[in-house]
Design a protein around this ligand. Structure first.
Ligand code: 6PG
Length: 232
């Protein structure tokens, strides 16, 4: 696990964008495509806005998935699909068929089933995403893997429905077997409200986020000074 600290959020997001573009170029160079899972929430917005102007990335070779979705229409301000479309996908020349959203309107199990089929079709036998971008909840959740939820113990499926203590309560989320198979996993944590979770994550306390341990990939955590304020 590699922790990288930044004294400003601007530097953190510039670095995250450079890193994502580098991982993407490597993936396209090695395997002809870049398979990415993006998170929702507020934290990654400045990263998506930076990626939207990175013309050197061959967007025709990028496949976009979501780490999780809130079960709301794609027009709802809480929709992770909406966040990523508005900040990034509507601004870059990515083919529509390479965008693989989770349907927030269908019954959560049906939406999860459909996404599982799509993920297995696109990833094929390799079964690995090139980059999974994760946020961190103040209580240590990541994607929509919340503390003590049975989704944390999933060993077979790559994506499951989850009823959680958050707004909205119904979610569809990637599971640990898929996340931990990724070539690169990148956590972003900014602001004072993330400081305890960052400390506990680094200490290996039993948070959902602590269960993210790529088996054959790189794990990197980018934090700003406020999120790092409880670290030595
Ligand atoms: C979601 C996310 C979730 C998010 C964290 C942090 O849909 O809620 O994917 O895991 O990354 O809750 O959210 P913020 O970035 O808004 O703090």
């Amino acid at each position: 696990m590699k922790l990288v600290r930044f004294d400003t959020q601007e530097k953190l997001f510039d670095h995250a964008a450079d890193r994502a573009v580098r991982i993407g170029a490597e993936a396209i160079g090695d395997r002809g495509r870049f398979l990415v899972a993006l998170s929702g929430g507020e934290t990654p917005r400045p990263l998506y806005e930076r990626l939207a102007v990175r013309e050197e990335l061959d967007w025709s070779a990028v496949d976009i998935f979501w780490t999780d979705e809130r079960c709301v229409p794609a027009t709802d301000p809480r929709s992770n699909t909406r966040t990523v479309r508005e900040t990034l996908l509507d601004r870059v020349p990515i083919p529509q068929e390479r965008i693989h959203p989770i349907d927030g309107v269908r019954r959560p199990l049906d939406a999860a089933d459909a996404c599982e089929v799509e993920l297995r079709r696109v990833l094929g036998a390799d079964g690995r995403l090139d980059l999974v971008l994760l946020g961190l909840g103040a209580e240590g959740h990541t994607a929509s893997l919340f503390p003590r939820h049975q989704a944390l113990t999933e060993t077979g499926r790559w994506i499951v429905p989850a009823h959680v203590s958050a707004d909205p309560p119904w979610r569809v989320t990637m599971t640990l077997p898929l996340i931990n198979a990724a070539r690169h996993v990148l956590f972003l944590a900014t602001g004072p409200e993330k400081a305890e979770a960052v400390r506990d994550l680094i200490d290996g306390k039993p948070l959902p986020a602590s269960l993210v341990r790529p088996t054959d990939g790189e794990l990197t955590i980018l934090v700003d000074e406020q999120a790092a304020s409880l670290l030595p």
